[in-house]
Design a protein around this ligand. Structure first.
Ligand SMILES: *Cc1c(COP(=O)(O)O)cnc(C)c1O
Length: 231
């Protein structure tokens, strides 16, 4: 039980260290604990140790955990691929969605977000390395998508998310995280007038979190380093 609390402390220290080294304020970095495939009890342990933001990839698994942990003030993030028949429930049950990559999904999220809840916060997932089989909008189509989601009510575009191709983030010449940051900067300049809260870079997992912090991540999605290997 204490293992999760200890690992959380280690991860937070690491974020603070790297943030300081890179001249950043650690307070601008949110740690998202990715709990997919781990039981509700593991989430409860992390919560007891002060962790409030949790990320899930699979809708039904997440709904079951929400049910079990209904008494806890958890902020739930959906970070997995979005099937169209699941969009309605995602809009109803999550605070954040990181993996929007097309207009139809954004429209459906907007339509199904309950009026009595805070606007759904979302990021657009970018296929930053142009990988054939990966989710996400291609960089060259990003601006068009952002333009088209401009007037959707009940959802708020917060920024960009990416999962770089393995290895690319280590390559300083062509750093995937740096390219995502650049894309966000361009959007802020070009479209910021319509998206005043466009300030989020959801990037960095257990294996590459240091590099993501160096390149400006504001949400780190960390699973293994907190909960151990997935069963
Ligand atoms: C599983 C997952 C993570 C966490 O990965 P770890 O390597 O366990 O830290 C982060 N982001 C997404 C989108 C994931 O699916």
């Amino acid at each position: 039980m204490h293992k999760i609390a200890d690992k959380l402390t280690q991860v937070k220290h690491r974020i603070q260290q790297v943030a300081r080294l890179s001249g950043r304020n650690p307070d601008e970095i949110t740690l998202l604990a990715v709990s997919k495939k781990h039981p509700a009890a593991a989430i409860a342990d992390a919560y007891a140790a002060g962790q409030a933001d949790f990320g899930e990839n699979y809708l039904q698994e997440a709904l079951d955990k929400m049910d079990t942990l209904a008494d806890l003030a958890i902020t739930w993030h959906f970070i997995g691929p979005i099937q169209s028949n699941k969009v309605k429930k995602i809009a109803q049950h999550f605070a954040w969605v990181h993996s929007v990559d097309n207009l139809k999904t954004a429209q459906k999220l907007s339509k199904h977000r309950p009026e009595d809840r805070a606007p759904l916060q979302y990021c657009i997932q970018v296929n930053i390395d142009n990988e054939a089989s990966k989710a996400g909008v291609l960089p060259e189509n990003l601006d068009e998508l952002v333009k088209s989601v401009r007037n959707l009510p009940n959802i708020t575009l917060r920024g960009l998310m990416a999962i770089p191709e393995k290895g690319t983030s280590k390559d300083d010449e062509n750093n995937a995280f740096a390219r995502l940051r650049q894309l966000l900067n361009e959007l802020q300049i070009k479209r910021g007038k319509h998206f005043p809260e466009l300030n989020t870079l959801s990037m960095g997992m257990s294996a590459d979190m240091d590099d993501a912090v160096w390149e400006g991540a504001t949400i780190l999605r960390i699973g293994t380093d907190i909960f151990g290997p997935r069963p």
